[in-house]
Design a binder for this molecule. Structure first.
Ligand code: HAM
Length: 443
């Protein structure tokens, strides 16, 4: 079918697709309170380790000029060719929702003159990213990343430190069955020669390639190495390996990086087909994969990163080497749920307020305020009337004590304190409740 006709039909099909404002936009999802404790667990561990390693937090806008990603991530990447949410502002500026975080941080590094700060500059960021991909398990159009970058140090020990931090974060979060996949994709000196060799090799096998790879060959031959189509994987398995074609400097850089990883006892796997889908990388590239067989290839890469020594300069800054990593939070959440890891659910409450009648409800409201001022976590169900149903909730929230105020207690200015485990109850005066609760919780 001629291209224009097909495009027109697609547009008509799209406009016919039934949408309703009462559902999330395709590929986007709510993160409900029931899932929030896992997100907090992941973010708290990641932030705290970044802090230990001397990283500072940075927040950058979700919207950037499209040109930043076109020049930074690369014109021939899937991200820029077909995955960006781009539009024109009322003022006529072409902008895009960020598809990844690194290009924006580099923009900020240059714009804020960070090359004048003490180097290396170590930054971490977290937040939503947007890619117009085919939504499926582990692949969303809005997803969240946690990532970190080090600017101003080209030493292989820094590559190893970034990989070590990524690994350590995953360990602290409690993720099991992981491997570090690592490769070097060389530099501007050695990569062009290798690309020519690769193109010659693939041209001889052109009939065995999928349609996408046939198209990619002229523009970006490296990407053929990580195509997930069976027939392309077979061709890739005998392709020339970049590791055999690195220049002396890149070879030494990679060798030294691996020696540092050995020193840190990190379990890495050399993967000569790992090339990453963004154009800015130089030398070390790596990903952390889950080896769980129940995860598809789409989800098995939990995070990825590498060195990008030319990006600051390519975007108009100085000659500043850099290296970084980012992981997808949704994929980690999914992995933790699959592994059935037990986490502190946080919605537990130390004490639960039980009340009967309006007068008691008023007393309960005041007592609630006093307890939270004293940093006691309190549950309540002020709308409920039955003591039995309120005690049931106290049980669900693992409360140690229930504080019961009935009509009599409301009149007498007293409270019944009930030990939820033993069921033993005692009456105490209202003015002593907070001190007594704190004393008992300390035990
Ligand atoms: P990336 O490999 O494109 O790298 O993305 C990093 C991680 O984000 C992936 O490993 C995956 O967990 C998650 N991710 C990517 N796309 C999706 C999606 N559609 N749905 C859900 N999760 C997704 C980067 O973005 C680089 N900026 C990483 C980096 C930092 N390199 C150097 N510094």
């Amino acid at each position: 079918m001629p291209r224009l006709k097909k495009q027109k039909e697609n547009t008509i099909k799209r406009s016919r697709r039934k949408i309703t404002p009462l559902q999330t936009v395709k590929g986007m999802r709510d993160i409900l309170p029931t899932e929030q404790f896992i997100w907090e667990h992941i973010l708290n561990k990641s932030r705290s380790l970044c802090d230990d390693f001397g990283f500072k937090k940075i927040d950058i806008p979700i919207l950037e000029y499209s040109e930043l990603f076109e020049r930074g991530v690369g014109q021939t990447t899937d991200i820029v060719e077909k995955e960006m949410f781009s539009f024109e502002t009322r003022g006529g500026d072409k902008v895009s929702l960020r598809p990844e975080g690194t290009a924006g941080i580099v923009r900020s590094y240059i714009e804020n003159g960070m090359s004048r700060w003490t180097q290396p500059v170590k930054l971490y960021q977290e937040g939503p990213m947007f890619r117009y991909e085919n939504p499926q398990e582990g692949r969303h159009r809005e997803f969240h990343q946690f990532g970190f970058e080090i600017f101003g140090d080209g030493c292989p020990a820094i590559d190893a430190q970034v990989i070590y931090l990524a690994w350590k974060i995953f360990q602290k979060i409690g993720i099991k069955n992981l491997t570090i996949q690592i490769n070097s994709i060389g530099c501007g000196e050695c990569r062009p020669n290798y690309k020519n060799l690769l193109t010659d090799y693939y041209e001889m096998k052109i009939n065995k390639l999928c349609v996408d790879c046939k198209k990619r060959l002229a523009k970006n031959p490296l990407r053929l190495l990580d195509c997930k189509e069976d027939k392309c994987m077979q061709v890739a398995s005998s392709a020339p390996q970049i590791i055999d074609h690195l220049c002396g400097d890149c070879h030494n850089h990679f060798k030294n990086t691996l020696e540092f990883l050995d020193e840190l006892e990190l379990p890495y796997v050399l993967n000569s087909n790992l090339v990453r889908g963004l154009d800015y990388y130089t030398r070390t590239v790596f990903e952390i994969w889950s080896s769980d067989s129940d995860l598809s290839a789409n989800q098995s890469s939990l995070g990825g990163g590498g060195r990008y020594d030319n990006l600051v300069e390519a975007l108009g800054g100085g000659d500043v080497p850099a290296v970084g990593f980012a992981f997808g939070i949704e994929r980690i959440v999914k992995k933790l749920l699959n592994d059935k890891i037990s986490l502190d659910k946080k919605n537990n409450r130390q004490v639960f307020l039980v009340q009967l009648g309006d007068a008691a409800r008023k007393k309960a409201l005041k007592l609630f305020d006093k307890l939270i001022d004293n940093k006691v976590s309190v549950g309540e169900s002020l709308g409920r009337g039955s003591i039995k149903s309120q005690l049931k909730i106290a049980n669900k929230l693992n409360s140690k004590f229930a504080l019961i105020i009935g009509q009599k207690e409301a009149l007498d200015e007293t409270v019944i304190i009930r030990d939820m485990e033993s069921g033993i109850q005692e009456v105490i005066t209202m003015d002593k409740v907070v001190a007594e609760v704190k004393r008992r919780l300390k035990k």
